[in-house]
Design a protein around this ligand. Structure first.
Ligand SMILES: [Zn+2]
Length: 242
């Protein structure tokens, strides 16, 4: 193969590898964000479960305080019962006591309900806590993997960048300028030609050009996409011995 063409092909491979590594690296912050988003969602589930439990406990305490107040009220009425002078007064105070007791009963029912509710909500909190712990452990591991991946890809990008500079420095200025011009315009500067066709733009070459391209001894550009084309002959077939 023409040595300059060979270098350009190598430059093309290194550039492609570098581009892939750089795009993998660029994807990492998004992957990290996805982990944080998942963690955030699970944390909010846990917080919602805790808030529901606290709400129930608070309702229970409020009702317990009310029951205490009502009991004080009832004792006061019972004291009054001893001091009343008339039957009418007696009936009225008794009526008040009945009302307070109804109120106490209603609040005690609510307290029981809230106790049952709190038990179920406590289970929810426990479950959400376990879920969150598992997700948190996964996230930690995934982030450590991403850190390792970042380091590997960073080293790879550095190595490829150095290799690209070395190869580029060995290519004659004119060929390198052509390669860069096409690469800038098309995304890639070199294309493989196979079966008479440019494998990047898929346009068939003229027969006489294809004949020349196959020789790999000059720098040819695809007439359609301008990429520098090369031919990679298939490996020689080994005939099995009888
Ligand atoms: Zn082409």
């Amino acid at each position: 193969m023409n040595p300059d063409l060979e270098k350009l092909v190598r430059l093309h491979h290194v550039d492609s590898d570098l581009k892939r590594v750089e795009s993998d690296l660029a994807a990492i912050p998004r992957l990290r964000q996805e982990i944080d988003d998942r963690l955030g969602r699970d944390r909010s589930h846990l917080e919602a479960a805790k808030a529901a439990l606290e709400g129930s406990q608070k309702a229970r305490k409020q009702n317990e305080a009310s029951v205490q107040d009502l009991e004080t009220k009832r004792s006061k009425y019972k004291g009054q019962l001893m001091e009343v002078k008339t039957n009418r007064e007696y009936t009225a105070v008794l009526h008040e006591i009945e009302g307070v007791e109804r109120d106490i009963k209603a609040r005690e029912d609510v307290i029981l309900e809230e106790m049952e509710k709190a038990e179920a909500l406590g289970q929810d909190v426990k479950r959400e806590e376990a879920d969150f712990k598992a997700v948190e452990a996964d996230a930690k591991k995934e982030k450590a993997d991403l850190d390792a991946r970042t380091a590997t890809l960073g080293a790879e990008a550095q190595r490829l960048g150095k290799e690209r500079d070395e190869v580029a420095a060995s290519v004659p200025e004119e060929s390198l300028a052509l390669y860069r011009r096409v690469a800038k315009q098309r995304g890639t500067g070199v294309a493989e030609a196979r079966e008479g066709m440019c494998q990047s733009c898929h346009v068939r070459m003229r027969v006489q050009i294809w004949v020349e391209v196959r020789k790999n001894d000059q720098i040819f550009q695809c007439e359609s996409c301008s990429r520098i084309v090369f031919y990679d002959p298939p490996p020689p077939t080994v005939t099995a011995l009888p």
